[in-house]
Design a protein around this ligand. Structure first.
Ligand code: ZN
Length: 251
């Protein structure tokens, strides 16, 4: 599993053109094959400018398939979590439930998000509601918005780990990474349209902006903030960690 996770990481870094770390991972693979050593790989994670500091995005000159900007860094981070996990116990063959439990994945139902009975079998049980969806909120009047990349990132956060864990145990990690990176994901349109419907029904606007949402486009107040919601059934509810609204309004 360790070697396969490195091979998948090598594939990913080659695809996005992250050359420095591609060479690093290739050395890790060589050390593992020739010496059964994980020392070089585990040394990637410490200190300034480490593997943990890498952000996969177009602004960092990575080549990312069209439409996958919100997905690439999520895929990278979960792949990295796998490589690190396997490097610590490289001889163990884990089961899917081991991975779900030990890499922090809580089994949750897709039905929290899509109408349960409409969810195709292959998508059941792989949806996880840990990650919030992020957008902007006016703390004065309660006006709320999220953008398409926030929606995509949210969906990616919730389905990428399940896809990768499944792929680890069924020994098809590279093809799964390829499928995720090129958005060859069954049911993706359905997931996006369901998310958008829930957002809409929760009174939150979907609007794309480059700049900060300040002032508020509704009331003109400068008291705006980044805001997070979580799905509860088909509705979005404000995360507890948000700054409080001046008066209690909306979702
Ligand atoms: Zn406002």
């Amino acid at each position: 599993m360790y070697e396969n996770s490195l091979i998948a990481m090598e594939y990913f870094l080659k695809e996005v053109n992250e050359i420095h770390w591609l060479k690093w991972i290739q050395k890790d693979i060589e050390e593992w094959i020739t010496e059964r050593s994980t020392v070089h790989h585990l040394s990637a994670y410490g200190g300034m400018g480490s593997f943990n500091d890498v952000v996969i995005c177009g602004a960092n000159n990575h080549s990312i398939p069209e439409g996958a900007e919100a997905w690439a860094d999520v895929i990278f981070n979960w792949l990295k979590a796998l490589c690190y996990f396997f490097a610590k116990n490289p001889e163990i063959e884990y089961s899917l439930s081991d991975l779900k439990e030990q890499i922090g994945y809580h089994d949750a139902s897709l039905s929290a998000f899509v109408n349960g009975e409409n969810a195709p079998d292959e998508m059941r049980g792989i949806f996880d509601n840990r990650s919030p969806i992020q957008g902007w909120r006016c703390l004065n009047c309660g006006y709320a918005e999220v953008c398409d990349s926030g929606i995509n990132r949210y969906i990616a956060q919730n389905i990428v780990p399940a896809y990768l864990f499944e792929a680890c145990v069924s020994n098809r990690l590279v093809s799964t990474v390829r499928g995720l990176l090129y958005l060859n994901i069954s049911n993706l349109d359905h997931l996006i349209s369901n998310a958008k419907q829930s957002i809409d029904e929760s009174g939150i606007l979907i609007r794309n902006r480059e700049e900060w949402m300040r002032p508020c486009p509704s009331c003109g107040s400068n008291n705006t903030a980044i805001y997070r919601w979580r799905f509860s059934g088909k509705r979005l509810v404000a995360d507890k960690d948000n700054l409080p609204l001046e008066s209690k309004k909306g979702p």
